[in-house]
Ligand binder design. Sequence first.
Ligand code: IMP
Ligand code: MG
Length: 191
Amino acid sequence: MKRIQLHDKIFRLYMPHEDIQTAVKNVAEKINNDLKDADTPLFIGVLTGSFMFLSDLMKNINFPCEICFIRLASYEGTSSTGKVKQLLGLTQNVKNRTVVVVEDIVDTGGTITELDNILKDAGAKDIKYCTLLLKPDNYKGHIDVQYPALQIPRDFIVGYGLDYDQLGRQYKDIYVLDEDETERRKSINVR
Ligand code: IMP
Ligand code: MG
């Protein structure tokens, strides 16, 4: 089985590019149906993790729309710090607009809860949430995530934009943390 090493951890192949593309097309189709009559929606990509997903998603959106980015940070290593920082703020006017937030992954929901406050304060009229991946078992938020492309268990994953301490974003496939293999290799090195 295909494996990659990032820093001290081993990850194994979880989802090939072709399956990701199918999920992206399906979620784009739902958005096309729901928002075709909305007044020029604004897609907001949440940097950095969403860059690959946003790029593939937008190639499948067939109504007039705008795109911009926002950057928040809540993660250190493989677990959420629970605090969200705004590193790059909103550049576009969202007042009275339909916006579609595009995330790489919704885990505890802390990031989108924070984003929801920022967008409501800025006067957005209708806020939709689209994410490549949703971890329903970890999700503690109250916001409806209308457009999850894929739902996964509590696993820690990388690739297709997602990182482990900034590594692994460039892979076109998705990989999952392989704890057994990471431990096995550690024990071999120690001996
Ligand atoms: P939340 O605020 O707990 O929902 O976490 C959302 C953010 O944490 C995502 O946008 C990712 O940047 C990061 N994150 C959550 N789970 C993972 C994962 O499995 N791999 C890589 N990053 C993750
Ligand atoms: Mg993110």
